[in-house]
Design a protein around this ligand. Structure first.
Ligand code: HDD
Length: 713
């Protein structure tokens, strides 16, 4: 197979419009002579209905909005390519996974789930991770999340989950937040959500960047090889930049300072040539191992621990081009887990099975009809021929008389493909069963893997989970809901429940009932469907911790450093750190009292990138105070001082050289500088290489969480 990396861009190019040096026209191509005044009966008279230019312009504007996605409304995307590094033809016949070096164009969209289109990027939420592969055999959509499990086991609960987490129906409050009564009411009655809740309350739900998140297919899928044999598979995306988070207080402040933080981060990284990259990995589970584990492979609230089945890397994805138009591309792209190519198939996971219905259905409302596959961003680069016809906004002009199959008048065309010609066939799994509305008993362990996740966290990460739960449940008004949640948390870890209870001023209840499970399976009331904890064969998995994650990267590529400057600042010091950062692919920004020039100690001038007011510490990874920054700048300017105080609070790297470290006396952490565990770098020497190196080494650690009061030591 040939590389098709550029094929999608060529395909899109026929729809790209560039107005440079062109006349302004109506949609009918009539050149417009005056775009500023309506046609009137006299210059002070009423407008005339005849004004087709005005009517067309206003009518189009009136219809510019389409319904936002019912979930995952807020998102950002980019073009790129997927390249095979380790082909797996023995496992799958999917063409795009066959040869080393084979590339396939992709468009990837990241999203939050609960918020509206205009909501903040930094909400505590799951992040969507969707990749459209424009393969030569048709579209393959990977529609996953940055968390490998889900809240619920059955698709029929999805509308309930989403109603509960979205703003409450009576007052449409709160926006993009799960910290409210209806969400926790639902969760407290759904013990199956406890594993997911552990992830959602962890720092995974507040990523530093879309570029620093893992992606997971969540469900078990099937791979099918040329011989028709099937293996089970779990998909993983591993980010080259490592998996990193911000602090919760920081996330909330970013939401105010720059709600587009993740969108801008992705856009700018690509514009600057720092192309984000992920490796695609697979966990392969042979068909005969389907029932080997203490969890059910079909249960989407379970992972397959990497200690049981390692992740094998098969390829890499690079995002290297921003969309030309957000609406046309990022907004109109339509993903569907049911878009698969020969070689990939579904499992019977009841959540996946429901999804297979939902995604086309939702596009009918969102994109207005059944021809959404013709929108340029959704168009396959593999030829499309069938007998589907008509519908709103049909683009294709189908020739000939024949629009049915079988036919003789059209010579039988388009004809069906044999399997050997790439025709898709479903895996012929043998099923012999009664038609029942039941949950499998193998799905009843709701706490075993929640425990595994919690126990795999470092003390700092556990502490963050406790604080997140204190925050979320602290925003719940109904006492009974808080108590039910404490009861459920106690099933995961008693100490966790007790520590959360302290924050709520409550006591952990002991008499826990699980009403919803009785409702779900009436025949099993009180019986073997009761939620339980199953002993896990793996008791600790480092892959579940962000801090201990064995694949974590120490690069500081594309990280941002705030350099606090004022007139008289040492030019040598600023240039020293800037060039050291540049060598590592990171960037230093001059932050000053005003825009324009900052005069340096050597009579030079630095151009301010931002002022103390227009940016903020929370928008950077580290703060550097060069020699020559006047103390008065900090004492007289709260915004400037906040850079240091917030950087300390959010466990970031702080550096100062020459006399600059004296400025710490003005900060809230003055008394703690001497005891810091490596995140505060000071040097008496100005502009020293050793200082710059130490600063960069500290940045590779991302954050110094040990600075925070820790509830687990
Ligand atoms: Fe979903 C969008 C991921 C369960 C119904 N989902 C959507 C998107 C992602 C996911 C990433 C955004 C796609 C984009 O960028 O356009 N959804 C998941 C994952 C799930 C999941 C990982 C569980 C493992 N979803 C799920 C269920 C249902 C849906 C159980 C319904 C039964 N999801 C939808 C939807 C959306 C959607 C309503 C809204 C917009 C869209 O599809 O195109 O159909």
């Amino acid at each position: 197979m040939k590389n098709s990396q550029d094929k999608k861009q060529k395909d899109l190019s026929i729809n790209i419009s560039d107005s440079t040096n062109k006349f302004l026209t109506t949609n009918q191509g009539i050149r417009v002579n005056d775009d500023n005044n309506t046609l009137k009966a006299g210059e002070r008279g009423p407008s005339l209905l005849e004004d087709f230019i005005l009517r067309e312009k206003i009518t189009h504007f009136d219809h510019e909005r389409i319904p936002e996605r019912v979930v995952h409304a807020r998102g950002s995307g980019a073009h790129g390519f997927f390249e095979v590094t380790n082909p797996i033809p023995e496992l799958t016949k999917a063409g795009f996974l066959q040869e080393v070096g084979l590339t396939t164009p992709v468009f990837t969209r990241f999203s939050t789930v609960a918020g509206s289109r205009g909501s903040t990027d930094l909400a505590r939420d799951v992040r969507g991770f969707s990749v459209k592969f424009y393969t030569q055999e048709g579209i393959y959509d990977f529609v996953g999340n940055n968390i490998p499990v889900f809240f619920i086991q059955d698709a029929s609960k999805f509308p309930d989950l989403v109603h509960a987490v979205k703003p409450e129906q009576h007052n449409e409050i709160p926006q993009a937040s799960s910290a409210h009564d209806t969400f926790w009411d639902f969760i407290s009655l759904m013990p199956e959500s406890m594993h997911m809740i552990m992830w959602l309350m962890s720092d995974r739900a507040i990523p530093r960047s879309y570029r620093m998140m893992e992606g997971f297919g969540v469900h078990t899928f099937r791979l099918i090889n040329e011989a028709g044999e099937s293996t089970f598979v779990k998909f993983h995306w591993k980010p080259k930049l490592g998996t990193h988070a911000v602090a919760w207080d920081e996330a909330q402040k970013i939401s105010g300072k720059n709600p587009d933080f993740h969108r801008e981060d992705l856009y700018e990284a690509i514009e600057m040539g720092n192309f984000p990259e992920w490796e695609l990995g697979v966990q392969i589970i042979p068909a005969e191992d389907e029932e080997k584990y203490e969890f059910d492979l079909l249960d989407p609230t379970k992972i397959v621990p990497e200690e049981l089945v390692p992740v094998t890397i098969v390829g890499r994805m690079v995002l290297n081009k921003n969309p030309d138009n957000f609406f046309s591309e990022t907004e109109q792209i339509a993903f569907h887990p049911g878009h698969v190519v020969p070689g990939i198939d579904f499992s019977n996971d009841p959540l996946l099975q429901g999804r297979l219905f939902s995604y086309t259905d939702t596009q009918l409302t969102r994109l207005g009809g059944p021809n959404f596959h013709e929108i340029p961003i959704n168009r396959s680069i593999a030829p499309v021929h069938n007998n589907q016809r008509d519908g709103f906004m049909r683009q294709e002009i189908n020739k000939g008389r024949v629009n049915y199959h079988p036919n003789s008048l059209g010579g039988g065309c388009p004809y069906q493909a044999q399997i050997s010609e790439g025709g898709f066939t479903s895996f012929p799994e043998r099923i012999e069963a009664h038609k029942v509305r039941e949950r499998s008993k193998s799905f009843s362990d709701h706490f075993g893997q929640a425990k595994l996740f919690f126990n795999s966290q470092t003390p700092e990460e556990k502490s963050h989970i406790v604080k997140a739960l204190r925050f979320e449940l602290g925003k719940v008004d109904t006492t009974a809901i808080r108590l039910r949640m404490l009861g459920l948390l106690a099933q995961v870890d008693t100490e966790l429940a007790q520590k959360v209870a302290i924050g709520l001023g409550a006591t952990v209840p002991t008499n826990l009932e699980f009403p919803v499970n009785k409702g779900v399976s009436p025949e099993n009331e009180g019986g073997d469907q009761e939620p339980k904890t199953v002993e896990q064969s793996v008791s600790l998995s480092e892959a579940l911790s962000m801090i201990n994650n064995p694949t974590n990267s120490t690069t500081i590529e594309s990280r941002r450093v705030a350099i606090l400057c004022s007139d008289g600042v040492s030019e040598a010091a600023v240039m020293n750190i800037k060039s050291a950062l540049k060598k590592e692919g990171a960037k230093g920004f001059v932050i000053a009292p005003h825009l324009g020039s900052v005069l340096t100690d050597s009579n030079g001038a630095l151009t301010a990138d931002y002022t103390f007011l227009t940016a903020s510490s929370v928008l950077f990874d580290a703060v550097y105070v060069p020699h020559g920054l006047g103390l008065s700048v900090l004492t007289e300017n709260d915004d400037a001082l906040e850079y240091l105080n917030d950087a300390y609070k959010h466990c970031k790297i702080i550096g100062a050289d020459g006399e600059a470290s004296e400025l710490f006396t003005a900060t809230t952490f003055a008394s703690k500088v001497a005891n810091d565990d490596g995140g505060i770098i000071v040097s008496n020497e100005v502009a020293s290489e050793a200082f710059a190196q130490a600063f960069i080494t500290a940045m590779t650690k991302h954050r110094f969480w040990k600075r925070e009061p820790n509830l687990y030591i």
